[in-house]
Design a protein around this ligand. Structure first.
Ligand code: KG4
Ligand code: ZN
Length: 351
């Protein structure tokens, strides 16, 4: 089963062709980073306009890249939640138009479900090593940070074990980068500079690191960096900036890795997955693997192209829904809320 996936929830316009084994036939991502960089963050109105400009060419190039026509795909999957509603609308309307014109079934996909299942994408012949169910997944992106128990690839079988109480981890990377004048997005540049820094030279808190819940918090550490900059200014030397980056990265990745492995131990699960843009962070991968090895937990992390926003993960999550016979109609809406959060809020009360 070949599925066309479309993603436009934030600042990437993406389209991909993936089959139901997870094989990626084509994966096209048009990034808007250059457009938003001067503003230090995503400007929603500019994002929507740029999606409008690019959604057609990106879909065309995914079909061409896979060497197929729209008539050859079995269904169309589109991110319809969560995200910037004006941005989501562009992909959703494009998907509805294509599905209607070509007479194909349409399914909406929760962007977070895409990130949770991205580990099943296969981009090279050797990529057959995937986790089995159940697994515990840390999803850390620019908008969400939570740990889930995943019993099956279905929102009803996913339980949130803990989440950030304030900022998402990626958001904290972005805010710290902005404070240090490093530009947007922050994750990759903070990681690069942290390599040359000494984390021990800067004292930063790791809030809730010691708490025995799997809840997290990243706003305190960002505020601490803001206070350092307010009192002493941005460090004058590149070595000073590198030290702040290293200390910040160590604190954040330390908490994320510890809570993830602790979550697996509590659930009696021996396989964990890291997904979302922050999963691109090599220090996070290293810490999780090291802690996991000590506690008999295997860590799976998708390749970089599967971690940051892409439409291949949306097409694959869509293929899972289509295989179950699920379909969405013309009433499919775009919304800023995830289907996962809603379910778990109720679930929390019961536990
Ligand atoms: O999943 P994603 O591409 O978009 C959202 O759904 O939010 O995640 C983007 C986030 C940004 O906050 C970015 O700074 C962060 O992921 N990120 C990283 C790295 N690469 C991207 N954070 C830490 N280290 C990285 N190497
Ligand atoms: Zn994302």
């Amino acid at each position: 089963m070949l599925v066309l996936g479309i993603e436009s929830s934030c600042d990437e316009t993406a389209a991909a062709i993936v089959d139901d084994t997870g094989w990626v036939h084509a994966d096209v991502v048009h990034s808007q980073i250059g457009l938003h960089a001067p503003y230090g963050g995503v400007v929603p109105e500019l994002a929507s306009r740029d999606h409008l400009r690019n959604v057609g060419p990106v879909v065309r190039s995914a079909l061409d890249g896979a060497g197929v026509r729209l008539a050859d795909v079995h269904g169309i999957a589109v991110t319809n939640r969560p995200g910037l509603v004006g941005a989501l609308l562009v992909g959703v309307q494009a998907a509805k138009g294509l599905a209607w014109a070509a007479g194909k079934p349409l399914v909406g996909v929760d962007h977070l479900m895409g990130h949770l299942l991205a580990v099943f994408l296969r981009r090279a012949t050797g990529d057959a090593d995937v986790p089995g169910f159940p697994f515990v997944c840390l999803l850390a992106s620019g908008g969400h940070t939570a740990i889930y128990r995943v019993d099956a690839p279905d929102a009803a079988a996913i339980t949130e074990l803990g989440a950030t109480r304030d900022d998402a981890a990626g958001e904290a990377f972005d805010k710290v980068a902005k404070l240090l004048g490093l530009g947007y997005p922050g994750g990759p540049v903070v990681e690069r500079l942290a390599r040359g820094g000494d984390a021990a030279r800067v004292k930063l808190p790791a809030p809730m690191a010691g708490s025995d819940s799997l809840e997290m918090s990243f706003s305190g550490i960002k505020t601490k960096v803001a206070q350092l900059v307010a009192s002493g200014g941005v460090p004058a030397t590149s070595a000073g900036v590198a030290d702040v980056c290293a200390a910040f990265q160590a604190a954040v990745t330390g908490v994320l890795a510890a809570k993830l492995i602790e979550g697996a131990a509590r659930e009696g699960v021996s396989e964990v997955v890291i997904g979302g843009g922050v999963a691109a962070n090599l220090e996070l991968r290293r810490r999780a693997s090291e802690l996991g090895a000590r506690r008999g937990v295997r860590v799976f992390v998708p390749p970089l192209a599967s971690c940051t926003d892409n439409a291949a993960m949306i097409a694959y999550a869509g293929s899972v829904r289509l295989s179950r016979g699920e379909r969405d109609g013309w009433e499919l809406l775009a919304t800023s809320e995830t289907s996962l959060e809603r379910k778990t809020r109720k679930g929390r009360g019961r536990r």
